[in-house]
Design a protein. Structure first.
Lengths: 164, 306
């Protein structure tokens, strides 16, 4: 089956079985190794990519479902081999240990910040509910995302966030 | 095996009428791919192909029709969380949607898929039942006649239980949706008499801590009507694997509500009750009924200062 899709901003025309999982196609065929296979059940979030701008488990997507879609992987976030501010923050906050879950965390954290430039800690925790990390205990990851978030625009907005 | 992905309803209907019995209808595939790691091989004994309806925008529309609210079958669960109409008239649906699985799954799982899978832990199924939702189904065609559509109560969609065996050897028991392979769930309808009755209220709560991403433990949805500061009617639907589905009318008619924020406090009250010791064994249906009624009644009594 011919799948016409976009990957990291580039249009692609792929001849692939519609039943091939997106994660397998990205890693095995396209050699994009950022998305990891952690559980193959959509529980760990290590395979998180964006599909049409929304976070998704690549392990639970078939190539047949990708026709006409825009997929972004962790490799598509960086420009000119520079770290994004969130990636820098993860380093600064020592939020990386084995690193296996990090690409997925970065994809979700970046998507959250696109949607809400100044999320509260609760919103960040909610957004990361689809991720498992066996190493860090999560707090430094929350710190990193919070650190990149913009400050509230006004004192009133800050008060609203504390109330929530 | 074929993979057919129609974009238009007429196209899908033609395909179903022609070879619906040979095709497995799929939408988000989040349940199926998680459970059957070698999909579609496990189903190749039963089906010759997959009819993928996940990209059919006519089936993803949510709108008010004649006072009722219809939710298209392939509406993503994440879309329910952002729905302004539901936020106003059925906030329990927002809470139930938000309690479902993970953000990644909610972005791609469809309401129809969640309902069809039939999990006892599904927040949405319980909440839709509490709101007396109906399901509009296009039944398979017969003897040269096009398929006809009919509305049925959501509670009547299920008939007994189904045991599924996963590729890894796990077992999963859920409600058995009695749709046939050519039947197509089109939408869910929340009736106006539930949503628009003056004083209508609803809330959803997970009574136990989440056991896993797909297991919310015991889930509870309550809906009712309160007018002039007095509860007119209230009923609950609770469900969980250990108890099946429990529906009960709550005998709270005539109970006075003295606090405008009574439901915020009910939420807080439900949080204080821990089902932790039941997480693995589960309460019986009658135990749960008594406990839920008791805590709600006690909650009301406590809130009223009795």
């Amino acid at each position: 089956m011919i799948i016409e899709w976009s990957l990291n901003g580039r249009p692609l025309r792929s001849e692939v079985s519609p039943f091939r999982r997106l994660l397998d196609y990205l890693r095995s065929d396209l050699k994009l190794l950022g998305a990891k296979e952690g559980c193959r059940e959509g529980k760990c979030g290590a395979c998180t990519v964006w599909i049409d701008g929304q976070v998704a488990n690549a392990c639970l997507k078939l190539m047949g479902q990708i026709d006409g879609k825009e997929v972004t992987t962790i490799e598509g976030l960086n420009e000119k081999e520079r770290f994004t501010p969130l990636q820098e923050a993860f380093l600064t906050c020592s939020a990386i240990e084995c690193g296996f879950c990090i690409p997925g965390m970065i994809m979700t954290g970046t998507a959250l910040l696109h949607q809400d430039p100044n999320p509260g800690r609760l919103e960040i925790r909610e957004a990361l509910k689809g991720h498992l990390c066996a190493c860090t205990g999560y707090q430094k990851m929350l710190d990193a995302i919070e650190g990149v978030a913009l400050p509230p625009a006004s004192e009133g907005q800050a008060r609203m966030r504390i109330r929530r | 095996m074929e993979f057919i992905s129609p974009k238009y309803l007429t196209e899908a209907f033609e395909i179903l009428d022609e070879k619906g019995g040979e095709l497995k209808i799929c939408a988000g595939l989040t349940h199926i791919l998680r459970f059957y790691s070698d999909f579609p091989e496990e189903l190749s004994n039963f089906y010759k192909g997959v009819l993928h309806i996940g990209d059919m925008t006519p089936l993803a529309e949510c709108r008010e029709e004649s006072g009722r609210y219809s939710i298209g079958a392939v509406t993503k669960i994440a879309a329910l969380e952002a729905d302004a109409y539901l936020a106003r008239y059925a906030p329990s649906v927002l809470d139930a949607a938000h309690s479902t699985s993970t953000p990644q799954i909610r972005n791609h799982r469809t309401v129809g898929g969640e309902i069809a899978w039939g999990s006892y832990h599904s927040p949405l199924i319980t909440t839709f039942m509490a709101l007396k939702a109906k399901v509009r189904i296009r039944l398979r065609s017969s003897r040269g006649q096009a398929g006809r559509e009919e509305n049925i109560e959501l509670v009547d969609l299920y008939d007994g239980e189904i045991e599924r065996s996963s590729t890894g050897g796990g077992q999963h028991t859920s409600r058995n949706a009695r749709t046939k392979s050519q039947d197509l769930i089109l939408k869910f309808i929340l009736p106006s008499e539930v949503l628009h009755m003056p004083g209508a209220f609803s809330f959803f709560r997970a009574l136990t801590p989440k056991i896993s991403t797909e297991n919310s433990g015991v889930v509870l949805a309550v809906s009712g009507v309160a007018q002039n500061g007095v509860i007119h009617s209230a009923s609950m639907v609770a469900s969980g694997l250990w108890i099946g589905t429990l529906e009960a009318k709550l005998p709270l008619e005539g109970v006075k509500m003295s606090d405008a924020h009574i439901f915020e406090r009910l939420y807080a009250f439900c949080d204080r009750y821990s089902f932790d010791r039941y997480r693995r064994e589960g309460p019986s249906a009658s135990q749960l009924g008594l406990v839920v009624f008791g805590l709600l009644k006690e909650g009301f009594s406590g809130l009223l200062g009795r």
